[in-house]
Design a protein around this ligand. Structure first.
Ligand code: ADP
Ligand code: MG
Length: 243
């Protein structure tokens, strides 16, 4: 277990009444703490998951629910069950469990030679399989800059677009692996939408350093099957750091 991971600092997490109610007597376990005050709980040993947290621009259960419902026709993503607000004003989203372990947990943290190429292949599969045509959402440069409260020219000229349906938070922990190291699903899809493929590649590459150490970028790009593009990587990394 990676004891330095702040996401796993789960001591003292109190299970909210709402989560107990959803569990209806089944076992509840906190599994992940995010940086905006939210915690994800597993119910019944992974049969279901509940993401629970205070209102925040980066966690709105309704858009994530809608995206999960749409996406499951194309790739493995959690089937959404229900969502809402509890009496204390916290938001929650309940999904069916996928049979996989986050790519940074359960020992995968120590096996980047297996994990990193698969993260690239898995991101490519998502981009290849989910159709841009008919996707109801976009994750545009303009929209993200507006959300960040920045003028449109903040990052300099915008690179030409090569559009796919982007995950929206393609950081390494949001890919679930089976015991052989094959990606069996994607989670955390509240910002899924049409954007340039480098909008996903940039945070996927950026998060390798935090999760696996330096030097793994070429392995992810090889897995994805794309040549480095330092200009686009830089643009979308700067955009990621803004919004
Ligand atoms: N339906 C699910 N099936 C399996 N694991 C899940 C599921 N939902 C969440 N998880 C686990 O909980 C973690 C946190 O969920 P996530 O939606 O990524 O929340 P956050 O926005 O806090 O990162 C994931 O990285 C994954 O390990
Ligand atoms: Mg996540």
């Amino acid at each position: 277990m990676d004891t330095d991971n702040p996401n796993l600092d789960l001591d003292g997490v109190v299970v909210p009444d709402l989560v107990h109610r959803l569990a209806a007597g089944r076992e509840v376990e906190p599994v992940w703490r995010n940086l905006i005050g939210g915690v994800t709980f597993s119910i019944g040993g992974g049969a279901e998951y509940v993401k629970y947290g205070p209102p925040h621009a980066e966690f709105d259960a309704e858009p994530e629910f809608a995206r999960l419902r749409w996406l499951s026709a194309y790739v493995a993503a959690p089937r959404p069950i229900d969502h809402g607000l509890d009496d204390s004003g916290n938001r929650w989203l309940r999904t069916e469990g996928l049979p996989g372990t986050s790519a940074v947990l359960g020992g995968w943290h120590d096996r980047p030679e297996v994990v990193v190429p698969e993260l690239g292949r898995a991101l490519r599969r998502l981009h290849d399989r989910v159709p841009v045509q008919g996707c109801p959402w976009e994750w545009s440069i303009a929209g993200r800059l507006e959300y960040a409260g920045r003028p449109a020219d903040t990052l300099g000229p915008w690179p030409a677009l090569d559009l796919v349906v982007c995950h929206g938070d393609a950081c390494n922990p949001n890919f679930l692996l089976d015991p052989s190291g094959t990606c069996v699903g994607y989670v955390d899809l509240g910002r899924l939408g049409v954007a340039d493929r480098w909008a996903d590649l940039a945070p996927a590459l950026l998060s390798l350093g935090w999760n696996f150490g330096e030097g793994w970028e070429p392995a992810l790009l090889d897995g994805y099957g794309i040549a480095p593009d330092p200009g686009k990587q830089d643009f979308y990394t700067r955009l990621w750091n803004l919004a």
